[in-house]
Design a protein around this ligand. Structure first.
Ligand code: DAH
Length: 343
């Protein structure tokens, strides 16, 4: 009886498989003939109740039929899947030219920053990083620039709005605050540079930008002098420009250095012979410098008179302009890729 039934299931199953045209129909077919609740499965599950003779015949026959239905199912599935592919949509034009992948590169100011860092690293300096949002305390007070001091006007500040009771915050106007931050956690002898972005609330023109990059350089020990600064600056700029550069100091004032000076470098364009860029003087103004004011050492927790050191700061953006002969500082932050892609 079951033998007949099994053969009938096979016949019926094979015949109805011929009529299946879609994957969805095939799934229904699979449930009916191969599923857990299929007739064939019921018969195989019922083997236990049969006599040993019956089992010997029904068991192998059931399994053979199951396998052949399963094989036929697999073949039909393959055929239907292949039919369902839209070959036109899959067509690939192997002769079409490839799409070149875009490669980015570092911003020119970043490139210059890296060059500067490499030179200072070779000279034994440590590179430190400080917060771009500073407190009034570090940006001004500890650098001997109290609230009512006219020196605050030297740097137009973007203040971050506050209720006036808590500590006041600002986007740092200079990298100098890192002098004290660094000295608070380090003991001389120390030599460190601090590259970073600074922000000024001033109107922009070809040589002024509200956001630019500076470098702070600090060297402190028992007997560091102005002569050490001069040698260091000459060595650094000569390496940076790849030729001998001279340094000239002019007396100046910064609250955090005493004595203070501004320094010029010999004109890199005309080699100090005199040209339009250096206004025939042979010199280019570059940055501020001086011997660290003992008040600044005290702010950092050092004993007054115990150490000596120099600090200087200059614009990395300015150096990038000189290196690439760029006459408008605003190009750097313009986001104009036609400019950026040239570097
Ligand atoms: N922080 C000053 C500025 O942004 C530059 C400067 C002057 C840095 C003298 C120094 C220094 O370390 O000694 O204008």
């Amino acid at each position: 009886m079951s033998q007949e039934k099994i053969k009938q299931i096979e016949k019926e199953g094979m015949a109805s498989l011929q009529a299946v045209q879609t994957i969805a129909d095939l799934e229904l077919w699979e449930i009916k003939y191969l599923g857990r609740k299929s007739e064939l499965n019921d018969i195989l599950k019922g083997l236990k109740g049969l006599t040993p003779e019956e089992k010997k015949i029904i068991g192998p026959l059931g399994n053979t039929v199951k396998q052949s239905l399963f094989r036929a199912f697999g073949e039909t599935k393959e055929i239907l899947l292949e039919k369902s592919i839209d070959w036109e949509a899959e067509r690939i034009d192997v002769t079409a030219p490839g799409v070149p992948s875009l490669r980015g590169h570092l911003h020119p100011v970043t490139q210059v920053e890296h060059e500067i860092e490499d030179i200072f690293s070779e000279m034994g300096f440590v590179i430190a990083d400080g917060p771009e949002i500073e407190t009034e305390h570090y940006n001004f007070d500890v650098l001997n620039i109290p609230a009512d001091h006219p020196a605050r006007d030297m740097q137009d500040t973007f203040w971050i709005a506050s209720s006036g009771e808590e500590e006041k915050y600002l986007p740092r106007t200079q990298t100098s605050p890192m002098q004290v931050r660094y000295m608070e956690t380090h003991t001389p002898p120390l030599h460190v540079i601090v590259p970073g972005r600074v922000f000024r609330n001033e109107s922009t023109d070809a040589s002024h930008e509200h956001t630019f990059h500076q470098f702070e350089c600090l060297m402190v020990g028992d007997d560091i002098s102005v002569a050490n600064f001069k040698w260091m600056a000459e060595t650094f700029f000569s390496r940076f420009f790849g030729k001998k550069i001279d340094i000239r100091l002019r007396p100046s004032f910064f609250p955090f250095t005493e004595p203070s000076f501004e320094f010029d470098i010999s004109c890199t364009l005309c080699d100090a012979k005199g040209c339009a860029v250096c206004k025939q003087s042979g010199w280019l103004e570059l940055g501020g410098a001086g011997m660290v004011n003992q008040k600044v050492f005290e702010s950092a927790g050092y004993l007054r008179g115990k150490y000596q050191g120099f600090a200087w700061g200059f614009g990395a953006t300015r150096l990038a302009m000189m290196k690439y002969k760029i006459t408008d500082i605003r190009l750097f932050m313009s986001g104009d890729l036609r400019f950026i892609r040239q570097f």
